[in-house]
Design a protein around this ligand. Structure first.
Ligand code: NDP
Length: 256
């Protein structure tokens, strides 16, 4: 049903490429008005044009760095006042993320902090800004529920290897944060969930970053595509309002 998210407003961080762009497209295809947040305005503009060109598609661009709390709050507040029924924000997808991989001995401390700033700090900034809007939307008929989804990682469930030290730490952190918020917000009808992808073909895994998961080598059935993760997010936020799907671990079939 292409109108299942009709009259909802969704904010997607890191919507300029990869998983976030696919999530924004998929939510828009279900009828959500989507607020696209990231730093690369040209990419966001391209995606917004594509969504707005579709029947019923609605997208707005918010250029912001998730590590800048004021910029994130301004974007989230603006998104809450637009689109849908202006009852707040129905869905926040914390997707923006980055990473540094490699041995701890000899690593640059600045790289560690940069990863924490985006993967944890960015989630805190967007979540803090969106929570009042989510709580407000959750009380509104007819949906009666709001969704806070964070794109964690397989690395948020286990430590996939020694070189994933800080990346795994950040993803475990957002998992713990999400579980605590889930407990706090259950009775407020704000569902809190994490999606934990295995290896996905995106810029993160194809740019040749040293020690990063490498999605450039051919495999039998192929690795996950951003659309595969977007489908999980859409499934999560389209459950009936009495169902909270709090965690989804999605691997490529052949990933060990
Ligand atoms: P991409 O590099 O394609 O996308 C990352 C997105 O995050 C971009 O839109 C980027 O936008 C945004 N971003 C990064 N830093 C910032 C920042 N400081 N402020 C605002 N936006 C920022 O990679 P993916 O799509 O793979 O990554 C998306 C999420 O998925 C991440 O959280 C990642 O950890 C997670 N993930 C990815 C996996 C994979 O195998 N690819 C596996 C498991 C989880 P811009 O640069 O324009 O700001």
């Amino acid at each position: 049903d292409p109108s299942v998210l009709k009259d909802t407003t969704a904010v997607v961080t890191g919507a300029s490429s990869g998983i976030g762009a696919a999530v924004a497209e998929a939510l828009a295809a279900e009828g959500a008005s989507v607020a696209l947040l990231a730093r690369r305005r040209d990419r966001l503009n391209g995606l917004a044009e594509a969504i707005n060109a579709r029947d019923g598609g609605r997208a707005e661009v918010y250029e912001a760095d998730v590590t800048d709390p004021d910029a994130v709050r301004a974007a989230v507040d603006a998104a809450a006042g637009r689109g849908g029924d202006s009852n707040g924000i129905d869905i926040l997808v914390n997707n923006a993320g980055s990473g540094t991989w490699g041995p701890a001995l000899g690593a640059e401390l600045d790289d560690w902090h940069a990863t924490v700033d985006v993967n944890v700090g960015g989630v805190l900034n967007a979540t803090h800004a969106a929570l009042p809007h989510l709580a407000r939307a959750a009380d509104a008929a007819p949906r009666g529920v709001a969704d806070l989804v964070t794109v964690s990682s397989l690395a948020g469930r286990r430590v996939p290897g020694p070189d994933s030290n800080v990346y795994a730490a950040t993803k475990h952190a957002v998992g713990a944060f999400s579980e605590a918020l889930r407990q706090e917000l259950a009775e407020r009808h704000v569902r809190v969930g994490v999606v934990e992808p295995g290896i996905v073909v995106t810029e993160l895994t194809t740019a040749g970053r040293p020690h990063a998961p490498d999605a450039t080598r051919p495999t039998g059935y192929g690795l996950l595509q951003p659309e595969d993760v977007a489908a999980a997010v859409v499934f999560m936020v389209t459950r009936p309002r009495h169902v909270a799907l709090n965690e989804m671990l999605v691997r490529p079939t052949e990933q060990t």
